[in-house]
Design a protein around this ligand. Structure first.
Ligand SMILES: O=C(O)COP(=O)(O)O
Ligand SMILES: [Mg+2]
Length: 233
């Protein structure tokens, strides 16, 4: 089938699972919280399947998983914030191909925003610690808007801040959360296979393309999208 792809005007890039492999950070922080509350620890696989929907969801699901009372949510939240601040980035690595991919996207001369469900302060700190902050004109977190991805609101607000049309603002993510938000906002979306898709196969998600490395995206764009500046959407 002949696909039609809109000319990009900007890129919106997710953080956890897309740019940085942060699973080790989430596991380390949750284990410290659970140890402090004298609760059983959770497995890495549980965390991998649960991240991506913001810290509130992660903390609530973790307490449910280990049989912790819902009344422990507030103390767990406080501990999570404190430990995350200490640990942020220590057990996390930038995925292979990310810097080369971002360099190639940046060379297109289009603005880039980072949009994550992670709290904005942690996101900014992590990008700075991994020398990725300089790529992004804007950084928005899960606490910046009334609703998080998969709601389209954060994408629509980010497009507004970039001053670009959603139909020409490409989302790059790693989960169905990103894809659903992008589809609902009217943004084209591509996904990376190395992230955390709630334990589901990434190729089953409705997206314009799936890549194993961010480096493949600018090459694919170059081949698929007309570079004619007068190209119609
Ligand atoms: O759930 C989180 O904290 C982060 O998720 P995201 O960066 O993939 O949006
Ligand atoms: Mg993600």
């Amino acid at each position: 089938m002949q696909m039609h792809h809109p000319t990009p005007q900007a890129f919106i890039v997710d953080l956890d699972g897309t740019l940085v492999d942060t699973l080790g950070d989430f596991v380390a922080v949750l284990q410290r919280v659970l140890a402090e509350l004298e609760l059983p620890l959770v497995g890495r696989e549980f965390v991998e399947h649960t991240v991506g929907q913001g810290s509130e969801h992660l903390i609530r699901s973790t307490l449910a998983e280990v049989g912790g009372a819902p009344s422990l949510y507030d103390p767990a939240w406080q501990l999570y914030q404190r430990f995350y601040r200490d640990i942020n980035g220590q057990h996390a690595e930038v995925f292979p191909g990310v810097r080369a991919g971002l360099d190639a996207l940046k060379a297109l001369g289009l603005p880039m925003a980072c949009l994550t469900n992670k709290p904005a302060a942690f996101a900014r700190e992590l990008l700075a610690r991994k020398q990725l902050a300089g790529y992004f004109k804007l950084v928005f977190g899960g606490d910046d808007f009334e609703r998080k991805k998969p709601d389209p609101l954060p994408l629509l607000k980010t497009c507004e801040a970039l001053g670009t049309a959603p139909a020409h603002t490409w989302m790059v993510g790693d989960s169905s959360n990103d894809a659903r938000a992008a589809r609902a906002a009217g943004c084209p979306v591509v996904l990376l296979s190395h992230g955390y898709n709630h334990g589901q196969p990434i190729h089953a998600v409705d997206a314009d393309a799936v890549f194993d490395s961010l480096e493949e995206f600018p090459r694919w764009l170059d081949a698929k999208v007309s570079r004619d500046p007068n190209a119609r959407a």
